[in-house]
Design a protein around this ligand. Structure first.
Ligand SMILES: Nc1ncnc2c1ncn2[C@@H]1O[C@H](COP(=O)(O)OP(=O)(O)O)[C@@H](O)[C@H]1O
Ligand SMILES: [Mg+2]
Length: 248
């Protein structure tokens, strides 16, 4: 069957073959497979199914039909408040499913650790596409709820200089937190900064160590952009925190 290269991957070459997707197994493949298998047994449809490996050693995953907004500018549906709320609810769902299981491994939950629009499949009528699943579970690991929620706020709410400004980013982050529910919003901005710092340093370190994917990311300006986002959040931290914590 014909292989079609899928656009939007920045780290892996991902191809579609019929109703499946083939990609290089992630570094922590065993954990990701256990997690995807667990979601399948729970009947949770917010992640692709893990179907095995092919004769070339690639992972075979179920193709999730829909729109993946890997390019800027994004379709307006993606940034609609209703989509943000739906993202938060999907995150809450898989956190609640994994809480207290062996997949949380003594931490709170299993975290995705790379939640962003480009790792989300949106589906629905034109002008009303909503998130239905997260893809790219390569970085999944046991963690705290606030880790995923902060990463999601950074990526979906636009916490950086390319977003819609401090007030709007804070409003969107708050919407996401409120839709998620029980989260300590006081820890949010600090955790966003932790992620951004880790992310740009990780790209730089990987590129310096000769990892071609990280070198490519660095070349494309990704590390610089994340560093700029860190600076922006750090500069506006006081106002962001005030807007997030106020009880109105
Ligand atoms: N299970 C899937 N269903 C549908 N599309 C997928 C699936 N997995 C990957 N894709 C497509 O392939 C692209 C790259 O996949 P991804 O897993 O995000 O790779 P990378 O690790 O390089 O970011 C995505 O942007 C998406 O368009
Ligand atoms: Mg991806």
């Amino acid at each position: 069957m014909a292989e079609e290269l899928l656009p939007g991957g920045r780290v892996n070459e991902v191809v579609r073959v019929g109703a499946t997707v083939r990609r290089r197994p992630p570094e922590r493949a065993a954990y990701t497979r256990r997690l995807l298998g667990f979601f399948e047994r729970c009947g949770w449809s917010g992640a692709p199914r893990f179907l095995g490996t092919d004769d070339r050693g690639r992972e075979v995953l179920g193709f999730v039909e829909g729109h993946v907004p890997w390019r800027i500018p994004r379709a307006p549906d993606v940034d609609a408040d209703e989509s943000l709320v739906r993202v938060a609810k999907l995150v809450r769902e898989f956190h609640d499913l994994t809480a207290g299981t062996a997949l949380a491994a003594g931490s709170e939950v299993a975290c995705h650790n790379d939640l962003s629009p480009k790792n989300t499949v949106y589906r629905g009528p034109d002008g009303g596409r909503r998130p239905v699943a997260f893809i790219d579970w390569d970085a999944a690991a046991p963690g705290e709820r606030v880790h995923d929620v902060a990463h999601a706020c950074w990526q979906y709410a636009g916490l950086g200089p390319d977003g819609a400004g401090v007030a709007e980013a804070a409003r969107r982050a708050r919407l996401l937190c409120d839709a998620y529910g029980a989260i300590d919003r006081r820890r949010l901005i600090g955790t966003v900064l932790w992620w951004q710092d880790r992310c740009w340093r990780g790209i730089e370190a990987g590129a310096a160590a000769g990892d071609p994917a990280m070198a490519g990311l660095r070349e494309s300006g990704a590390a610089r952009a994340v560093r700029e986002a860190w600076r922006w959040v750090d500069r506006h931290r006081g106002e962001l925190e005030a807007r997030l914590s106020d009880r109105r």
